[in-house]
Design a protein around this ligand. Structure first.
Ligand SMILES: C[S@@+](CC[C@H](N)C(=O)[O-])C[C@H]1O[C@@H](n2cnc3c(N)ncnc32)[C@H](O)[C@@H]1O
Length: 390
């Protein structure tokens, strides 16, 4: 049954969350809904107070994703304007790269929408029922504003299954090749937007790669290197570069990217970083600069204790491979591990190894991946740059 005026009524706790600036209302805080999956609903609280409009999901634990507040209507014009504003903000950043995030979901007031730019092409992810319905409007706006050659939907993340949506990779506009050449600072990469991890590259680390280049030197070990992001960027500062990733595909792309850039002092190996760090330590290896950029070890709250022991292990082993004066760039992209907890794990790793380390920089995701104040989930990336003192 379609509902003429789709609406959702939220309990006091949901109302409080919305008032506090959080755009998500969980199922347990919704008391009544008259809407179809993916509708834009009017959200009301106590005494019929209108709280705004939201995307409704009949499957996800996140039942409502707020689009507007108070009386504002979430019209097509409002959504289109937000896409245009997100794009204009990225232009204002004057990013020294042809690949970057154009729309970052909640932090651009476009909940559950991701759009990444790779040169003349765009890659989009619509991660909720409501945003999935808005894709034609988003595509039309992107075509008008960005004039891309093609737009691809990388709608294969698992969270789509939780929404009852198909996991698929689909062409939405124009054409999109299997290899796109992009540039990040002085480095050129070939990116596969159809099959690469995430939408093709880990764009959220771009500014951390730039920062790491201020300290990198000597022998570099890039752990969890994917297509060679840190290794290639820091190669100009280092005498030798070793990139380690468990994925054969990522390793062969790293090698190909090194060749493209005329970097002949980089070697990439397909290994498990946990095993390799242990064996390098046994062999008494030494590196002047080490990067640790693992995948999110804590995908949910239940996996936090195991994730912390994983973070501790790799940090502890990396510190032991550094000589005094050596540099450690260590990252965590697990939202469930906050910065204070991550700092604590790194401190424990140093204290267990009786190594003195100084924090040189505490960093986060790049400015094209802003975090929405009020929604801590949108601030997920930690990147610490440390120096071994003795
Ligand atoms: C966050 S990404 C790294 C991104 C990369 N540093 C960059 O700047 O583009 C994590 C990488 O770790 C790899 N990986 C996951 N588990 C691993 C393991 N146990 N050993 C080695 N690599 C692993 C994945 O294949 C993935 O490429």
């Amino acid at each position: 049954m379609t509902h003429p005026i789709p609406m959702a009524r939220v309990a006091g706790r949901g109302e409080k969350r919305i008032a506090g600036g959080h755009p998500w209302v969980y199922r347990s805080d919704v008391v009544d809904v008259q809407a179809e999956a993916g509708d834009i609903v009017t959200v009301v609280g106590s005494r019929e107070r209108r709280l705004g409009q939201a995307l409704f999901s009949d499957r996800s634990q996140i039942t409502l994703r707020m689009l507007t507040r108070g009386d504002e209507q979430a019209t097509e014009a409002v959504i289109g304007e937000r896409v245009a504003r997100a794009a204009a903000y990225r232009t204002s950043l004057a990013i020294d790269a042809t690949a970057y995030r154009l729309v970052h979901g909640e932090a651009d007031l476009l909940p559950s929408l991701v759009v990444d730019r790779y040169g003349d092409w765009l890659v989009l992810q619509a991660l909720s029922q409501g945003m999935d319905r808005l894709v034609p409007l988003v595509v039309q706006t992107l075509v008008d504003v960005m004039r891309p050659t093609g737009i691809l939907a990388r709608n294969d993340p698992r969270v789509r299954a939780l929404e009852g949506l198909p996991q698929e990779v689909r062409l939405l506009y124009g054409d999109v090749p299997a290899d796109i050449e992009v540039r990040e600072g002085p480095v050129s990469y070939l990116v596969d937007p159809w099959k690469g991890q995430k939408t093709g590259l880990f764009l959220d680390q771009r500014e951390n790669r730039e920062a790491a280049a201020r300290y990198a030197r000597g022998r570099l070990l890039d752990c969890f290197s994917y297509n060679g992001g840190f290794g290639l960027y820091l190669a100009g500062k280092c005498a030798s570069v070793e990139c380690l990733d468990v994925s054969e595909e990522a390793v062969s792309r790293t090698t190909a990217n090194a060749e493209r850039n005329g970097i002949d002092h980089l070697a990439a190996r397909a290994v498990n970083v946990f095993d390799e760090l242990r064996s390098l330590e046994r062999d008494g290896a030494r590196y002047d600069t080490i990067v640790l950029d693992p995948p999110a070890f804590a995908k949910n709250k239940a996996s936090v204790p195991q994730a912390l022991s994983g973070y501790k292990e790799i940090n502890l082993r990396a510190m032991r491979l550094l000589p005094p004066g050596g540099v450690l760039v260590t990252c965590s992209c697990s939202y469930n591990v906050d910065e204070v907890t991550f700092l604590d794990v790194v401190r424990e790793a140093a204290s267990d190894s009786r190594i003195s380390m100084a924090v040189v920089e505490r960093r986060t995701q790049g400015r094209d991946h802003p975090a929405l104040l009020g929604a801590p989930e949108t601030s997920y990336l930690k990147c610490l740059i440390l120096r071994r003192l003795e």
